[in-house]
Design a protein. Structure first.
Ligand SMILES: Nc1ncnc2c1ncn2[C@@H]1O[C@H](COP(=O)(O)OP(=O)(O)OP(=O)(O)O)[C@@H](O)[C@H]1O
Ligand SMILES: [Mg+2]
Length: 401
């Protein structure tokens, strides 16, 4: 059946993100915007199948949503700013390279990425010198964002692989053998093979620390500066693919005791990279970032979000047992987005901050600690009134003062 011509695809397209146990929509500007009245089943389906949801305007302006390829969403995501007109491949003498690193490269840093100039220059330098880079740091501190900004800024062919999400390392990194009745058995090489054979490509290996050890084994020769080849089969004399000239690998990893779902990276893999540790933002930096992203939200609320999250990070760092984890910058950006959409500070925290903390231990639980911290800001802001008008959904969770 032909689709009605009156159905118009709008440019509104959303990715479904899971916050706590809720499926929320994220728009192409990166803001979490709620649910738009889409039922939970559809949102969950989109999330589970990795699809985006596109708004369709039907007859009489009726809005509905259709599952669509995630690429359509990715294509609309606000591009990271890169306005400097540099062509890194053309840098040929030492002076040009150092000039570029120390003077020009800072212009390539997008406004929305908080990273010190020094670390940024270091990233650029590693890429220009075709060194493999490993960005480390806790969850949600900007590793992927920085790596993507770098690939965008350098105007080199870029390829993205999320190794944390791959089940079959061999199929993802090498390819698959297929059978066709006419051609017989043939080998379909992976997108990764295409990436490493593209000269000057910047290949992003996201979440390398979550990858299956099979993936690390396959990557071992690829990443080794003395080898730089990929073997297509386990057999010793099997064909190999050489890594093209100028190809740089940028990996990201959560490394640290807190990350239990993260496999401990093999020492040999780590050795093949220059490590750049992402800075975790302090409260002023976090506030400036939130202000940059949500200028419409009151500074008081943004300050509260920045202080609450950086405070939890500081407490977690002391290791005195009060909090085992801190609120990430990602979560504080999400909290600010909810406030932007009209939720109160407490409501926003309930969705995007509290789920990270366990209820174990009742009044002594980590969650109670963080709730009390948030309550303090509500008290400061809206005096006593808020204490009586901000009930939690579950009465048993109410904090008794
Ligand atoms: N340093 C930062 N500068 C700007 N935005 C940041 C920064 N850190 C985190 N954010 C915000 O948090 C979101 C998540 O960041 P990102 O995906 O880069 O985290 P990550 O370190 O790769 O986390 P993970 O370990 O979970 O993969 C970003 O989209 C951005 O909104
Ligand atoms: Mg990441």
């Amino acid at each position: 059946m032909r689709k009605s011509n009156l159905d118009k695809l709008s440019n509104q397209i959303y990715k479904v993100v899971k916050i706590g146990s809720h499926f929320k929509l994220q728009n192409t500007a990166g803001n979490v915007v709620g649910t738009n009245g889409i039922n939970t089943g559809t949102r969950k389906k989109a999330y589970d199948t990795g699809k985006a949801l596109r708004e369709v305007v039907g007859k009489g302006g009726k809005i509905s949503y259709r599952l669509t390829d995630m690429l359509e969403f990715e294509n609309l995501v606000a591009p990271l700013k890169s306005n400097a007109e540099v062509n890194v491949e053309k840098l040929d003498n030492h002076k040009e390279i150092t000039d570029f690193i120390h003077n020009e490269s800072v212009k390539l840093k997008p406004d929305g990425l908080v990273i010190s100039d020094l670390k940024w220059k270091y990233l650029i330098r590693s890429a220009v010198r075709a060194k493999n880079i490993m960005m480390t740091g806790p969850a949600g501190c900007g590793k992927t964002l920085a790596a993507k900004a770098l690939t965008k800024g350098l105007k080199r062919p870029d390829f993205y692989f999320n190794l944390g999400a791959t089940q079959d390392a061999r199929a993802t990194l090498i390819g698959n053998t297929h059978f066709d009745s006419k051609k017989g058995t043939f080998f379909a090489e992976s997108a990764f093979v295409k990436a490493i054979t593209t000269p000057n490509a910047v290949v992003l290996l996201d979440e390398l620390s979550r990858a299956h050890p099979d993936a690390w084994n396959i990557l071992m020769t690829v990443l080794d500066l003395g080898q730089r080849y990929l073997r297509l089969d386990e057999a010793v004399d099997s064909p190999i693919v050489n890594v093209a000239e100028g190809v740089t690998f940028i990996a990201t990893a959560n490394i640290g005791g807190e990350y239990t779902s993260t496999r401990v990276l093999d020492r040999a893999i780590l050795d093949r990279f220059t490590t750049i540790e992402m800075d975790v933002l302090n409260d002023e930096q976090e506030f400036s970032l939130l202000k940059y992203m949500y200028p419409q939200v009151s500074e008081e609320d943004l300050k509260a979000v920045a202080e609450i999250s950086t405070h939890t990070r500081d407490i977690a760092k002391t290791g005195d047992g009060k909090l085992s984890t801190g609120i990430s910058t990602r979560a504080s950006v999400e909290t600010a987005g909810l406030i932007y959409d009209g939720f109160s500070l407490f409501e926003a925290a309930e969705i995007s901050m509290f789920p990270f903390f366990s209820n174990d231990g009742g009044v002594d639980s980590e969650r109670t600690y963080v709730k009390q911290l948030v309550q303090k800001y509500i008290k400061d802001e809206k005096a006593d009134e808020a204490l009586f008008t901000e009930p939690t959904e579950d009465d048993s969770e109410k904090i008794v003062w």
